[in-house]
Structure formats: C-alpha cells, structure tokens
Write a protein of this length. Structure first.
Length: 321
C-alpha cells in the first residue's frame, strides 16, 4: 500500500490554445479539462491506475466542488474536514507544448485542522509500505510540518513505520533533509539548486557536487534521492551507487504532473523489488508518459513508451561525510 498526503490540494484546470500565448489579447481555447490535483493525489492516481493499492489523505471541505472531482478519481480516500476550499491552478499550453502555470494560494489551515491532518496521516500509515508527502504546504502550518509529521509517524509505528518519500521544495524540503532522515526525496533540478544554494542554471554535475558538500545527499540524512531533469531525464542516488537515465523523445502535451508520475513510477517499481537502475528507468518512463497526456491525466502502463530507457552509472556512490 502506498499512502499519500496532499496538504495543499488543487483543482487543476488545463487550457489548450491553438497558438502561442498572447498576453493582453483575447484568445479562444481549443479544449479544456479539470482534474483533482495536488501532488499526492496525482501520485495515488498513477499508482491506482497501475493496479497497485493506494490511499490519498486530503484535507477537504465537504461542500467544496473539489471533493466531487476527487471522488470521481475512484482512488481510496482518507479525507480530513477543513473549513476552507481547495485552490485552483490554471495551466495554459500552446501547440509546441510550452506551458504557463498560474498557481493560487491554498486556504489557511487552523492549528486544530493541522493537528487533525497529522492524526489522519498517522492512522492511514498503518501497514503501508510507503508514505508520500508531496507538494506545497498550505498557509497556517510551519515549514517544519513535513519533518514534524515524519517524526509523528515513526513515533507511532516504530519499526513498522512505512518508508517515507518527500516531494517538496524550499524551507519545507530543507527541514526534512536537515533532521527527518527521509527514505527518498524527489527534487527537480531547480529544487535541488535551491536546496544547496546553487545557481539553477548549473548543470547536473555541479549541482550534485554542491549537494554533497552541503551534506544534502548523504545516507545519514537522505537514504536516496531521485532528481528529475525534465527532458534531460533523471538521476538516482543511493548509498550503493548513482545512475543517470535518458528521457525518450516524445510529443509534449502538458508537463503538469510529470514529476508526480515519475515518483509514482519509481515507487511502483520498488514495490516489485526492481533494482535501482530499473526503478530509475520506470520513473522516467512514467514521467514521459504523463507529459504526452493533456492536463493532469494519470498515465497507465499502456501509456508508457515502448522503447527502453537508457540508464548508466553517473558517479560514485553517496558516501557518509
């Protein structure tokens, strides 16, 4: 079972234009769709679409239209009642696949609602293999929320606690890396650069070296790291080695949710006992499949590219520092 938390859910609205986006002009859309979004929800949808057990923990108002979108996904849910409504995120895509995103802030959580959310995640984690904490934090909770939640889950379940994957950015990711000992982090290129205070324009080799100097990629802090690079593929670092995978050439429809699908693909491969290189290859395949679909549709195994994903050694294993 893979359990996910989406602390700051969103109704994802995707609009496809016939031409490039023209700021200040009136344009007619070719198509549009609306999906229940949020990174944890996206991961759970992909996992469930592959036939694996998944449960999504989501704070949601019983009268929020987002709840209908969420229930329409068909995934198993653990909802926590909150007063505010889910935010809306707008994605605009042109024929070349160029994507413009407008992400709105979420509703503020009260201290009581945050406590209820923690309790819901702890309870849902019983018997789970993985717990995924994904996405931005809503207003009203401290940047240490994910790190504190990891402590709460492990305190409750001890040796039976699930392995924990974190897909976050900024201070929330920094706090997790500094003290929470996650089993997996999944930053993209920009998030890794931010984590180690490096220029986002730096290439992967520079970023990885900076991460090692900052102790951000050592087993004592992070058991493994999956770094997604978009069209350039992805990197995987564990205590046993480091690998780089090359992304296949695809026709991009929307990049929204591709990173979430990459994480889901990795976890699905892990559930099957796949080797690290195969986990990386599956991750890249799922990310590529998601990018070929409009909106934030969840790719299925039938959507995966048929060509094999090339994976090779990238660098020396992560060493204790």
């Amino acid at each position: 079972m893979i359990v996910t938390l989406t602390a700051n859910p969103s109704a994802d609205r995707a609009v496809v234009l016939p031409d490039v986006l023209a700021p200040g002009e009136v344009q007619r859309a070719v198509s549009s769709r609306e999906d229940a979004g949020g990174k944890g929800v996206n991961v759970a949808r992909v996992v469930a679409a592959a036939g694996a057990p998944a449960r999504a923990v989501v704070p949601v108002n019983a009268h929020d239209p987002y709840r209908l979108l969420l229930e329409d996904t068909g995934i198993a849910l653990e909802t926590v009642e909150v007063a505010g409504r889910a935010r809306a995120n707008l994605t605009i895509t042109d024929p070349a696949g160029e994507t413009t995103k407008l992400n709105l802030p979420g509703a503020e959580l009260t201290a009581h609602e945050a406590e209820a959310l923690v309790a819901g995640v702890v309870a849902a984690s019983e018997g789970a293999t993985w717990l995924v904490l994904a996405g931005s934090l809503p207003p009203g909770v401290p940047f240490t929320f994910y790190a504190d939640l990891i402590d709460a889950v492990r305190a409750r379940w001890g040796e039976d606690a699930p392995r924990i994957a974190v897909d976050a950015s900024g201070p929330a990711l920094t706090a997790v890396v500094e003290r929470a000992r996650p089993d997996l982090i999944k930053p993209n290129h920009e998030e890794l650069a931010e984590l180690v205070a490096e220029d986002a324009a730096s290439d992967a080799d520079v970023l990885v070296e900076a991460a090692r100097r900052a102790h951000a990629l050592v087993p004592g802090r992070v058991a493994s790291a999956l770094v997604t690079l978009g069209a350039d593929g992805a990197l995987l670092f564990t205590a046993d080695g480091a690998w780089r995978g090359v992304a296949p050439k695809i026709q991009v429809a929307s990049t929204v949710g591709a990173g979430d699908s990459s994480l889901a693909g990795y976890l699905l491969a892990d559930l099957e006992g796949a080797t690290a290189p195969d986990r990386l290859a599956r991750s890249i395949a799922y990310g590529a499949a998601a990018a070929t679909l409009p909106g934030t549709q969840a790719p299925t195994p039938d959507d995966l590219p048929t060509a094999p994903i090339a994976v090779s050694d990238f660098a020396t294993p992560i060493a204790e520092s």
